[in-house]
Design a protein around this ligand. Structure first.
Ligand SMILES: [Zn+2]
Length: 600
């Protein structure tokens, strides 16, 4: 007997055999059983998901000698002729090759005559969206008043291209892509019936490549059987289907874990040398990252592949943070898109891979802030910079870092207030800058002890870490600072740099030394917070204004941009950031202002 392709050989012959479209099948069967079959059906959906198959089954159901029946016999001449595509009363028309109005006129002519033997004259029109406008109009004429013996079953992959007048006269059924598990199950049973032995992952690859289309899956199965015969290994399947060999993907993952850009470049070379498609490589790398992400989220069972592969991916996923993987995914997605138009895909891919390796070293800022908050200090390799940080007394050092945590406070509002207050307060000596240096109390360690003088606790008594807790004085200034911190840690950070805060009749005056700080606090965002805090504190609407401190008192040491940069670098807050992000200061804003101040 002549060889028959799998898709034809295993074409479903009963409604029950249709895979993955049970709601549609059930509806059609019910309609027939209740004698409510329509005259015009429209089956929409992607290629290879069972539209034509279902159309033929419906034709059989309508025309079976035993029917109309929801279970066509497949024995009577009508059923058998439909199966073979030879029924004179069931006409299959491919609209893609008969787009013109003439073919529809011919069809209309034909439709006028009664069926020659069967109950109905059925027209199955495939790719209906390909018809011309005049053809659609001709078709509409029949659909408006169809003879009772006529049934139209139309199929399309592009429902959007159909005129609304046609759509509104059809019963529409939307076919979905077939879930991978159902395709896999079906292929497995076909392989068994054909006596084909497939490797464990082979079907996974076929299912992956089929992208929800049963016909594609079956064609691919044909292809790999033609290549490998009765026994087919996973790697053979990969090769036939044009997948990137799994060891290349494994090596890519390992290189990414090691953040080894050199290794990634070598992998690109291998991909090029083996004549593999670069875009395909990126797509599969992307899919690997997706798998790692799923494993990271604890849903490894969603990953296609053998149990060993899943296990490997799960263990690899521990080497990445969720943020890393999301970032990798985004970058690869962009890279895949870029490769479409670039004239130098290899270079593009190489640079993309280097970026991937580098981006892995970025830290999640939330995580950094959390660490700083917990007083662990930034988790970075020691750099020469850290030696400078050892300069201040050890006591204020840790709290100095704590000052960095302030912006994150919104996330954890239940942290006791005084602790933060005193911590940031005691951080001040470390944050010594030339601007603050000439103040009346220049000795850095002295100031914390002033702050630590035991006074009754203010509002919001602390509940934890009594060792760090220092009751603070409840002066207006202190309460104001605290109020602001409650509202906005960022504003509070700027307020740190303010010299004094005092009440003056109906306003609060803050005295600022650095112009940059003054400018920031004058911005609408901060000003609103300051005024809201002041109003709440004093129980009435109140304005906040700032005055500049005398120039002679401040910034006397700042004479050049370089020394300004150095002085900023010595600030505890700045140092913490420099350490965590391993950065350097490129530019200090406000340098001009400071110079002017010192020059006056
Ligand atoms: Zn029959």
């Amino acid at each position: 007997m002549k060889y028959q392709v799998i898709a034809r050989k295993f074409r479903p012959q009963t409604f029950e055999d249709v895979v993955g479209q049970s709601p549609i099948v059930r509806t059609l069967q019910n309609a027939i059983e209740m004698d409510r079959a329509g005259h015009a059906y429209l089956f929409c959906g992607p290629r290879g998901v069972g539209k034509t198959t279902t159309a033929r089954l419906l034709a059989k159901a309508l025309n079976c000698a035993e029917g109309p029946t929801s279970k066509p016999c497949n024995q009577c001449p009508s059923c058998q002729e439909i199966t073979a595509g030879q029924s004179i009363d069931v006409l299959e028309i491919d609209a893609a090759s008969n787009t013109g109005v003439d073919s529809i006129r011919e069809l209309r002519e034909n439709a006028r005559y009664a069926p020659s033997r069967d109950r109905h004259k059925i027209f199955i029109i495939d790719e209906i969206h390909m018809l011309s406008t005049s053809a659609f109009n001709a078709l509409l004429k029949i659909l408006e008043e169809p003879p009772s013996h006529i049934a139209f079953i139309m199929a399309t992959t592009e429902r959007g291209k159909l005129p609304a007048t046609i759509l509104s006269r059809c019963q529409q059924f939307v076919f979905r892509t077939i879930p991978p598990a159902e395709i896999q199950e079906h292929l497995k049973s076909i392989a068994e019936q054909e006596g084909i032995r497939l490797g464990e992952g082979a079907l996974d690859y076929v299912v992956k490549a089929a992208e929800g289309s049963m016909r594609d899956a079956q064609s691919l199965l044909d292809q790999i059987i033609a290549f490998g015969g009765q026994e087919i290994t996973d790697e053979e399947v990969r090769e036939v289907l044009g997948f990137i060999p799994s060891d290349i993907l494994d090596r890519s993952t390992e290189a990414l874990i090691a953040r080894d850009s050199k290794a990634l470049i070598e992998i690109v070379e291998i991909v090029v040398d083996q004549g593999l498609n670069l875009q395909q490589f990126v797509r599969e790398f992307l899919s690997r990252i997706r798998d790692l992400l799923l494993a990271k989220l604890g849903i490894a069972e969603k990953i296609l592949g053998t149990p060993e592969e899943r296990k490997k991916i799960a263990s690899d996923s521990k080497e990445f943070s969720e943020q890393d993987l999301i970032r990798f995914f985004d970058m690869l997605l962009r890279l895949e898109n870029d490769l479409r138009w670039t004239s130098e895909p290899r270079f593009h891919l190489e640079v993309g891979c280097i970026k991937l390796a580098k981006v892995g070293q970025l830290r999640d800022i939330e995580e950094v802030i959390r660490e700083l908050k917990n007083g662990e200090g930034p988790r970075t390799e020691p750099t020469p910079k850290t030696t400078r940080r050892a300069r201040p007394a050890p006591e204020p050092e840790a709290p100095g870092r704590r000052a960095v945590e302030a912006p994150a406070r919104k996330a954890e509002p239940d942290v006791p207030q005084p602790e933060i207050r005193s911590a940031t307060e005691s951080a001040r000596p470390e944050a010594k800058t030339p601007k603050q240096a000439p103040k009346p109390t220049p000795a850095p360690p002295v100031r914390p002890s002033v702050e630590e003088s035991p006074t009754p606790p203010r509002t919001a008594p602390p509940v934890s870490k009594p060792a760090v807790m220092v009751p603070a004085k409840s002066s207006l200034e202190e309460r104001f600072r605290q109020k602001v911190e409650e509202k906005s840690p960022t504003t509070a950070l700027y307020l740190e740099r303010v010299e004094t805060v005092r009440e003056e009749e109906d306003r609060i005056v803050i005295e600022v030394a650095a112009k940059t700080v003054a400018n920031s606090l004058a911005s609408t965002e901060h000003k609103q917070i300051l005024e809201a805090a002041a109003s709440e504190l004093l129980g009435k609407a109140i304005s906040v204004s700032h005055i500049m401190k005398k120039a002679s008192e401040s910034a006397t040491e700042v004479t050049s941009t370089t020394s300004l940069r150095e002085s900023v670098k010595n600030e505890a807050l700045v140092q913490s950031f420099l350490d965590v992000f391993r950065g350097d200061i490129k530019h200090v804003k406000g340098a001009e202002d400071s110079k002017k101040e010192s020059g006056e």
